[in-house]
Design a protein around this ligand. Sequence first.
Ligand SMILES: [Zn+2]
Ligand SMILES: [Zn+2]
Length: 178
Amino acid sequence: MLTIDLAAGLLLYTFVEYAHHRWGGHTTWLRSLRRSHGAHHRDPQEGGVRFTTKLVERAPLVAKLMLLFGAAFALVLPLAHAGVVLAGLLGGYLYSEWFHHRMHHVWPRTAVGRFLWRHHYIHHFVDGHVNYGFTSPLWDIVLFTWRREPSVAVPAHRVPDPDRSVVGIEVRARRARA
Ligand SMILES: [Zn+2]
Ligand SMILES: [Zn+2]
């Protein structure tokens, strides 16, 4: 049962990830989130910020949201189960945050990685109204926002390593400044 609770928390996080990106990061009704996500779109490497720094900066907000989710789970589930679902949700958040950070700081090493990096780069560099999931295209498929391309062109100054191309990710040469 605990495994099911943990899986439920992880699955729920995949939807939270999609929803917060689509309706938080890309709408006008949550201005602060839209502003910080807009900054991420302008500079995906976020000035070279370390992953741990990012986590610490977001910890107060994440802690509040986890308390809210925990309270909601405790209303409808026995406490032990609510705790494990919450652990799954928190684990999903940490994995998603780490994975998204990697997508902008290192190149993928596997075919699945290349697929997911391309999925996210399409959102960044082709169409900001598709591919809201970071760790999978699951909810993009369910909610009809999935866009696939065999290859995506990305600007050299916005990728982890401009000197090395990856299958399906074509690095556009840096334009000489006048
Ligand atoms: Zn991104
Ligand atoms: Zn976005």
